[in-house]
Design a protein around this ligand. Structure first.
Ligand code: B12
Ligand code: SF4
Length: 451
């Protein structure tokens, strides 16, 4: 090492009003540390002798006067305007600004207007190269992921730098990822558009080492679809079993008995499952017909018997949805006893097939990306009045998180989920707070897009 002072890097994760630490709706209850900044920090080449600080607006105020050489900002669509604000701010102060993340991958030209360099796709190979180029004084304006990228190509996969987090401000920093990407092609989803239709797999041994070295007993997997590669998933679940951890993650509804058994033995206590809708035409409109091959009630029953709780997500506003969709969805949620239901208004994220369709039909009502957060209506629905859609969505949230509804969903039949009852109750109380404060955070007049 030369002993020369290294570059000073600040990594920022801006947040929209809902998720900001000051005034946002979620207090500490839902603050589960993202892996983005800690992963980018881990990728900084050691020989650059860099100083890296992380600033997550979800838990702290981003300082306006960071004394650094380079600012890297992660951008999702809902935070794009806020991210551009910070990017413009630091560029005016003469700091080099790099933008990356899902929204930059979807809209690189737009992001380039606010940055010295943009990075598209996963940055395991490009971010270290970019930093070396910066130090050598030859920063390029754009760095794209090689389409053939895979974790196998890396000489070493660094462990996320959780040590750099202000841990006590998060509910938990025990977040992990084994895979990225997905094999499906749902028309509203950013995943196939941004990263292609394939899973990116970390070696199972690496994932297990990561968990062991943190000593985590309760953990969350951020993988978009843990069972995208079924053979890999079974191998991972088998390797998790001896650790005797309890974990939560995301999967599709395509869970057969063998997979459920493997999940239960691995310590899985809860899964986020994108049910989206109970209606076949609605699923067809989203190109998610594989969900219709599943008997939802039977699936919930099998998961509950295995002691696995369900964070079920549903979306309103697709072209097949009518005002009846709210009651149909609510009936299923209450009948099946979905432990932690979550509802969104369909969001056409830019560059997705859904966005392109609605744009071609002249139905995109606003390109204010801050409203693209799953809770605002940003396009003209086909078979439902905009006001009715927003009110119906809020109404379902409030009703399923009424006190009696919570008790009815959680206690209507009790089984092996009993061991996580305190977690489920706490999560329901958190979502109840969200449900009852939605209108404080959002307009209820058909959405700001129609104001
Ligand atoms: C934690 C998380 C959150 C957190 C924080 C997210 C944030 N950045 O602010 C919270 C809870 C706030 C959140 C909220 C939402 N989220 Co979210 N979230 C995640 C999640 C599960 C994990 C993120 C993570 O840690 N990933 C692991 C890291 C390693 O991957 P990564 O972030 O992609 O980073 C890599 C590259 O993208 C790149 N990169 C990223 N940033 C940067 C920056 C620089 C400078 C560089 C060089 C590279 C780079 O390098 C990294 C290494 O390869 C992801 C899904 C996922 N698995 O990624 C969704 C995800 C980011 N969320 C998504 C969505 C849709 C939402 C919500 C709308 C959900 C909802 N219905 O409420 C809201 C939106 C909030 C808002 N204001 O708009 C989408 C993004 C969509 C989009 N177009 O931007 C994702 C991808 C999930 C999905 N289903 O597609 N989310
Ligand atoms: S299954 Fe989930 S992650 Fe995969 S494409 Fe569909 S919505 Fe996206």
């Amino acid at each position: 090492m030369s002993g020369a002072p290294g570059i000073r890097i600040a990594l920022l994760s801006p947040k929209g009003p809902l998720y900001r630490h000051d005034g946002g709706i979620f207090r500490k209850s839902l603050r589960v540390a993202p892996l983005t900044l800690t992963t980018l920090a881990a990728l900084v080449p050691e020989d650059l002798n860099a100083t890296v600080t992380l600033h997550d607006e979800g838990i702290e105020t981003i300082p306006p006067d960071l004394d650094v050489d380079l600012v890297g900002i992660t951008v999702i669509t809902g935070t794009a305007p806020r991210s551009y604000h910070w990017a413009d701010h630091y560029r005016k102060r003469g700091v080099r600004v790099v933008l990356g993340g899902p929204h930059v991958t979807l809209m690189p030209e737009e992001a380039a207007g606010h940055a010295d360099a943009v990075v598209t796709g996963y940055a395991e190979e490009t971010w270290p190269q970019l930093l070396r180029d910066h130090v050598a004084g030859r920063l390029r304006p754009r760095y794209d992921m090689d389409p053939a990228f895979s974790f196998d190509r890396l000489p070493e996969i660094p462990f996320a730098r959780r040590d750099l987090l202000r841990g006590t401000r998060y509910k938990t920093t025990n977040t992990f990822e084994a895979t990225r990407g997905c094999v499906h092609d749902c028309s509203f989803c950013v995943v196939p558009t941004a990263w292609g239709r394939r899973p990116y797999l970390k070696p199972v041994g690496h994932v297990i080492d990561d968990i062991r070295r943190t000593g985590a007993r309760h953990l969350v997997f951020y993988d978009l679809n843990l069972i995208a590669n079924r053979a890999y998933a079974l191998e991972l679940f088998e390797a998790l079993a001896p650790l005797r951890v309890k974990w939560f993650g995301l999967a599709t509804a395509l869970l057969n008995d063998r997979m459920i058994d493997a999940l239960a033995r691995s310590g899985c206590k809860g899964l986020l499952i994108g049910f989206e809708s109970t209606s076949r035409p609605a699923l067809e409109a989203m190109n998610k017909t594989f969900n219709h091959t599943v008997d939802y009630d039977d699936l919930v029953d099998r998961l509950h018997r295995a002691g696995i709780a369900i964070n079920g997500t549903f979306v309103f506003g697709g072209d097949a949805d009518t005002e009846d969709s709210f009651a149909e969805t609510e009936d299923f949620v209450m009948r099946a006893g979905i432990d932690l239901p979550r509802f969104s208004i369909l969001t056409p994220f830019p560059s997705t097939p859904l966005f392109r369709q609605l744009d071609a039909e002249g139905r995109i009502a606003t390109r204010d990306w801050s409203l693209y957060d799953g809770q605002h209506l940003v396009f003209r629905p086909r078979r439902i009045d905009p006001d009715a859609l927003v009110r119906g969505h809020h109404g379902v949230w409030r009703r399923v998180y009424g006190r009696r509804s919570i008790v009815s969903r959680l206690f209507r039949r009790w089984d092996r989920r009993a061991s996580i009852l305190p977690v489920l109750l706490a999560a329901n109380v958190g979502y109840r707070h969200y449900a009852h404060n939605l209108e404080r955070m959002y307009t209820c007049d058909g959405g700001a897009a129609f104001a």
